[in-house]
Design a protein around this ligand. Sequence first.
Ligand code: SF4
Ligand code: SF4
Length: 424
Amino acid sequence: MQTALADFIRSSSAGREADAILRSCVHCGFCLPACPTYQLLGDELDSPRGRIYLMKQLLEGEPASDRTQLHLDRCLTCRACESACPSGVRYGRLLEIGRALAETRVPRRVSSRAQRFLLRKILPFTHRVRALLGVAAAVRPLLPHSLRAHLPAAAAPHAALRRPGRIPAWPRPRHARRVVLLEGCVQPAFAPEINRAAAQVLDRVGLSTVRLGGCCGALAHHLSAHEESLAQARRNVDALWPHVEAGAEAVVVAASACAAMVCDYGRLLRDETAYAQRAARVGALARDISQLLAAHAEALQAPLAAAGAASRQSAPLRVAFHAPCTLQHALRVSGVVEPLLAAAGFSLTEVADGGRCCGSAGTYSLLQPELSTRLLHAKVIALEAGAPQLIATANIGCLAHLRSGTALPVHHWIELIAARLTRG
Ligand code: SF4
Ligand code: SF4
C-alpha cells in the first residue's frame, strides 16, 4: 500500500512503525472472512482492511469524524485478522497507534468518557472489584438477568469440581524451583479458585509459586490510556524483578489476555532506559499457564494418566473448550490445552468456528453490548452443539461473558486439571 504520512507523525517511532505496517498490507481481503464484526455488519469499514484504510487516512492527516472512531471502537482487537493474513500485517499494533491518534482528534461524549474512566478506575483494582461484587450480590434480586448472570455466585460449580475433586488450599512452597504467579486484578475477586488451581498443578510438576497481585495493565491499554497502562507495567517490572534476580524460572499467568500483555512488556517499555532491559527480561519469562505446562508435559504425564484412568471407569465428562482470542491469535498457542484435558480423562466435544471471538474482548462487552451479545449467542450455540456437560476456557473475561449466555457451568480449564489431579 502506498502511503504519505503527515509531517506531525512521519518521523516519530510510532509513525515509522505504522508506515511499515501500512505498506505491508496488499489489500487482498483474505482477512475479511475471519473478522467477526465484518461477518455481523457486512460493512467494509468494520473489516480489518477498512479499518486499515481509516487509520491510513488518520496518519496522513485527513480529517477524522465520529464515524472513524465508531469503526475503530467496534474492533474487538481479537486479532483473528492477523492469523488469517498471508502478508503478516501487524494489525494489532497498527490499531494501538490508530486508536491513540483518534483519541486526540475526535472528542468523545461526556458519557463515553465517564464510562471509560470508571472502568479504568475500578476493574484494575481487586479490592474495588470485590466491593462492587459485594454490593451487586446484596441487590442481586433487583438486577436485570443480564447483569445477574455475570455475578460469580450465579454459577454453581460442576460436580467434577466439588468433593472429592475439590481444589484444596494454596500449596505450601516445597520445591527449590520457583515461578511467580501473577494473580491479576479481576480474577482474584471474581474466581479466586483459578489461581489456586494453577498453583496446585504447578506444585505437581515440581514448581513452587510466589504470588504477586496487581493488574497487568491490559485494561488501560485497550482503553487507549497508555500512560496508565505503562505505569502498571513499570510497577509490575519493579515488583517482579527481585524474584527474577532470585532465580524465578517464569512469570506465569492463568488468564491468557494478561499473559499476552506481560509478554509484550519488552516492546512497550523499550524506549525507557530505566526499564527497557528489565522489561524485556520479564516479557521473555512471561507464560500463559498452558505454555508453561506444555513445557512440563513429561512431569504431568504420569499423574494425568492415573487421573484419566480413574475417571474412565465412569462415563467421561464431555467438555467444550473455547480458546480465547488472546490464546490463539495473540500468543499463537493452539492444540495445547485439549490434549491435557483428554489425558485427564475428559472427552472434548467438537466446536465449529473455533477461531471466532466470544464477544468478551476485555471491556468490549460493556462498551459495545449489542455486538458483543450477538457474538456471545453465536459462540454459545457453537459450544453447545456437541452436547457438552461443561464449558472450559482460558481467560477470566471469556469465562464471565460465557457464563452470562449459557446454563452450563463454565470454568477455567486449569480448574478441571487441578480437580482431577487432586482426586488422583
Ligand atoms: S491485512 Fe493482510 S489479509 Fe487483510 S487485506 Fe491486508 S494484506 Fe490482505
Ligand atoms: S482484530 Fe478482530 S474485530 Fe478487529 S479487525 Fe481484526 S478480526 Fe476484525
